[in-house]
Design a protein around this ligand. Structure first.
Ligand SMILES: [Zn+2]
Length: 315
């Protein structure tokens, strides 16, 4: 745990960590926050594919949002964020395990995507609905067999994925959440980051440094929420993606008047969950008809959409 001093810029030696979830809390309001920064983990995912820029950008946002949203939940298992829509980009999927393993992929219609691309070919950010058309985003928490699956669903509306997800939280008074997400491709590398604040009305501070929060009235808490949310939204893409800017210093810049307590970071990494056994199970579940259609020379080849690994199963 590190208390970030209000008037003292953070100067820490060494390279700033990438691929992290940094939990923090604001002292004044008791609000809980997360900062996510992805470098090589995101790059590892995107270099497995040769997606057009707009699709890569959307996958980057999806993976980053998945990491940020999952880090607010208490669960043991898999958190998945998935879109489904009728436009050129059909699906965006990302999941993360409690151990920090993330992956992501997209399916899209190449020909349809060409029509949307601007004539000069320059890419300057995606417009969500131009690419996805009508559709929805679903969040799922899967804690294994014999447990209830949690699912939330919201329409794909807004300019970006983060806007669409913000709509989901706007509908919920119980789970006020503010999000800021940025992804960018520079010098041959993808980087991304996210900042998130969450207000839980029945929350109770057990940390001595934020204990004053327990004494506050509901209207004071609402005021705290609006002020902190506004501060979060003053963050810029450059700040969130700057690999030379220490996350503690970013939090100090944004929230110095609120007081920030930063907790230990949690690492995330790219790892796919596919395996030969899982693919064999899928093939075993096919009807004899489907098997003979899919087979060539007595073999079925299946490629993992997440990591592009191809498995050959004898049938
Ligand atoms: Zn895979």
């Amino acid at each position: 745990m590190t208390k970030i001093a209000n008037d003292n810029p953070v100067q820490e030696d060494g390279k700033v960590e990438d691929n992290i979830i940094l939990p923090f809390q604001l002292q004044e309001s008791g609000l809980r926050g997360r900062f996510v920064r992805l470098g090589s983990a995101l790059n590892d995912i995107l270099k497995l594919h040769d997606y057009p820029d707009a699709v890569s950008h959307m996958v980057a946002d999806t993976v980053t949002l998945t990491t940020a949203l999952s880090s607010m939940l208490k669960y043991e298992g898999i958190f998945t964020l998935q879109t489904s829509s009728k436009g050129a980009v059909k699906t965006l999927v990302s999941d993360i395990q409690t151990n920090g393993a993330i992956r992501g992929c997209a399916t899209f219609d190449k020909d349809n995507l060409k029509d949307i691309k601007k004539s000069d070919g320059a890419y300057d950010g995606y417009k969500l609905n131009d690419l996805t058309g009508e559709g929805y985003i679903a969040f799922t928490v899967d804690q294994g067999a014999h447990t209830e699956r949690y699912q939330g669903i919201v329409a794909l509306e807004g300019e970006t994925l983060q806007e669409a997800i913000a709509h989901y939280f706007e509908q919920s008074e119980q789970l006020r959440t503010s999000l800021y997400v940025a992804s960018r491709y520079t010098d041959g590398e993808w980087r991304s980051g996210a900042l998130m604040l969450q207000y839980l009305p029945d929350d109770h501070a057990d940390n001595v440094d934020v204990v004053a929060f327990n004494e506050k009235s509901e209207s004071e808490r609402k005021e705290d929420w609006h002020r902190s949310k506004t501060l979060l939204q003053t963050c810029t893409d450059d700040e969130i993606l700057d690999m030379d800017l220490h996350p503690h210093e970013l939090l100090r810049r944004l929230f110095h008047e609120e007081g920030v307590i930063a907790y230990d970071t949690k690492p995330v990494h790219h790892e796919c969950r596919c395996s030969k056994e899982k693919v064999e199970d899928v093939v075993a579940g096919l009807s004899e008809d489907d098997k003979s259609h899919a087979a060539q020379n007595g073999e079925i080849k299946m490629t993992c959409e997440f990591c592009s690994k191809t498995y050959t199963i004898k049938v």
